[in-house]
Design a binder for this molecule. Structure first.
Ligand code: LMR
Length: 337
């Protein structure tokens, strides 16, 4: 074989080897986002997580895979933030009442009667201070990505409540919020912090005699089969912050991160639209259940609730900070209050 032929044969072999190596090389594994939450799939958050998965897998096919774990399958809300920090999950959307240990300013969302309606909440969330709260937990390794709505909390109890005195002596399940604890203590109600997963059992076992939640959670967990009395005070809004860990988020390639941001913006819009509709639909479904009574206290009765609970604001101002509280007060201005 001449020198030229030998070199050509050698090159061919090299080419073959290179092609074979490329074919044998394992494809780059997709980034996996485990999204853990505590509610049913038939709720705004449940739907939002599924829509996020669908859009990610359409737009980032082969690059990112999303696994959704609903109904506390993986973690309760009190565990999920640690799970984020340890890398066991990459996304979660706990209610705004679950973040106080990571950023005390988040307690602004818990203050009773501060946000009279969803428009006021949105004004606050979209203003600079509200957007700033998405970054408030960064020093602790948590990055807020978006706010999602559920709806106004409604109180459900074993007996009808029209005025604060009607609640005296009851035990209520609350989320892990110092504000909620203080608010109920003011009207003689003892509280037990129970994870969402155990709320129905806690009611059934008689451990708690009251609780507050959004209509979609009351409907999806069938709380109306155990509690027939509902009191609508419009005192508090159940919303969520979609969160991730700063380590995971900052470690993503920039193009993937911005694609995920765009998807989340679209999903958040959709979740908030669905939440408003679902609150009405689920309320009507529950109202139609035999034996259910939904009380809307009169203006005089509402004054008693306001007098009992609004003084809480002052108590929590040092933790929340005057700047955050002032921004919330500014957001409530146009709510016709
Ligand atoms: C609750 O704990 O009652 C709610 O925050 C659950 C949820 O995520 O809606």
């Amino acid at each position: 074989m001449g020198v030229i032929k030998a070199v050509a044969a050698g090159c061919g072999l090299l080419l073959l080897l290179t092609v074979a190596a490329a074919a044998g090389k394992p494809a780059k594994k997709p980034i996996v986002i485990r999204f853990s939450h505590v509610v049913g799939e038939n709720t705004p958050k449940g739907q939002g997580a599924l829509m996020f998965k669908k859009l990610v897998e359409e737009r980032l096919a082969g690059k990112v895979r999303v696994e959704v774990y609903p109904r506390s399958q993986k973690f309760n809300d009190d565990q999920v933030l640690l799970a984020l920090l340890f890398g066991d999950v990459q996304m979660a959307a706990p209610s705004l009442a679950k973040f106080r240990s990571y950023a005390p300013a988040m307690q602004v969302f818990d203050l009773p009667f501060l946000f009279p309606d969803v428009e006021a909440i949105h004004r606050f969330q979209q203003a600079a201070v509200g957007r700033g709260l998405l970054d408030a937990m960064r020093p602790r390794g948590i990055q807020g990505l978006a706010y999602w709505d559920n709806g106004m909390r409604v109180i459900s109890t074993i007996r009808p409540l029209r005025v604060p005195a009607d609640a005296k002596g009851l035990v209520f399940r609350i989320e892990p919020s110092s504000v909620f604890q203080a608010q109920y203590a003011r009207i003689g109600v003892a509280t037990l912090q129970v994870p969402f997963k155990q709320v129905v059992d806690a009611i059934r076992e008689g451990l708690v005699e009251g609780q507050e939640n959004a209509w979609s959670n009351i409907y999806s967990r069938k709380i109306y089969t155990l509690h027939k009395n509902f009191t609508e005070l419009k005192h508090s809004f159940l919303g969520y912050m979609v969160v991730t860990s700063t380590e995971f988020w900052n470690g993503l390639p920039a193009d993937i991160r911005s694609a995920l941001e765009a998807i989340l913006a679209k999903v958040s819009e959709e979740v908030n639209r669905m939440a408003a509709e679902q609150a009405e639909v689920d309320r009507e479904r529950i109202a139609a259940v035999p034996g259910v009574t939904i009380i809307r206290p009169t203006a005089e009765e509402m004054t008693l609730w306001h007098e009992a609970w609004i003084p809480i604001w002052e108590l929590f101002e040092p933790q929340i900070g005057p700047e955050v509280l002032d921004a919330a007060l500014a957001a409530r201005k146009n709510s016709g209050e």
